[in-house]
Design a protein around this ligand. Structure first.
Ligand SMILES: [Zn+2]
Length: 258
């Protein structure tokens, strides 16, 4: 299996990345994509990819960090792109979840600020012909419209998918993959969308350290728990677990060329 979205570059893993990778490799995880949310952890993702043969990096500016964008930061991203084993731009996208709510983000970026950053990041991906790792919360139609207006047609993945069938179909029609994470194990609410997305279009991920699968709830999530996501997909689709494993491996290899 391949964990296509694990934030091993985040604070929560700063003391024990080696041990975390070891436990996952023992459970049959062969490769790891480490996506980023800002310049600092993009550099860390690149360092991890240099250090560990199984790790690949994605770099980018997440919408919640949109206020960190500047010409200088953008130039740094472009410079960083020459590093080895960068397989995608991400995670990038739109996140309206905290708009108008109080949050830990002192100054939450407006929709407009998020859109400006997203467009810069889409250009960076186009310039380098790298696939996209898209993040989206409560903004699926705006995200789809921007992707369409910018003339983007895959390849890419929309990670931690929580939208409905209509929006899934729109992204599938543009050639995107759809990725599921530990939140599909929280009850039944995502079963119908899991059932809907064809197996040859699904990626699996942990989104570690977040979204710990139900059976491990309360613990820090880590790539060793990826099997729980595959298991739930197999159960919902009524297909053998090995079929989910081999299909999602193939999909990830195809998208990220790893
Ligand atoms: Zn993420």
């Amino acid at each position: 299996m391949i964990d296509t979205h694990a934030h091993l570059n985040f604070e929560k893993f700063k003391d024990d990345v080696g041990a975390v990778l070891g436990r996952a490799i023992d459970k049959g995880i062969k490769k790891f994509i480490v996506p980023s949310s800002n310049l600092e952890n993009s550099k860390r993702a690149v360092d991890l990819a240099r250090k560990y043969p199984e790790v690949y990096a994605a770099i980018g500016l997440h919408p919640i960090h949109a206020k960190e964008m500047s010409i200088n930061v953008l130039q740094h991203f472009y410079t960083l792109l020459s590093a080895p084993k960068i397989v995608a731009v991400g995670e990038i996208g739109l996140d309206y979840f905290y708009l108008g709510k109080s949050s830990k983000y002192a100054e939450y970026p407006s929709k407009e600020e998020q859109k400006v950053v997203l467009i810069e990041m889409l250009k960076m991906a186009q310039d380098t012909r790298l696939p996209l790792i898209l993040h989206c919360r409560e903004a699926y139609s705006d995200l789809f419209n921007i992707i369409q207006n910018e003339g983007i047609i895959g390849p890419g993945v929309i990670h931690c998918f929580m939208g409905d069938k209509d929006i899934a179909k729109k992204f599938l029609d543009l050639g995107f993959f759809i990725s599921f994470t530990g939140n599909i194990t929280f009850g039944q609410s995502l079963n119908s969308i899991v059932k809907y997305v064809p197996t040859d279009k699904i990626l699996i991920e942990t989104d570690a350290p977040y979204l710990t699968p139900e059976v491990y709830r309360g613990k820090r999530n880590e790539p060793a728990y990826l099997i729980e996501v595959a298991r739930k997909i197999a159960e919902v689709k009524k297909i053998p677990l090995v079929e989910v494993e081999s299909a999602t491996d193939k999909n990830a290899q195809k998208l990220f060329k790893i």
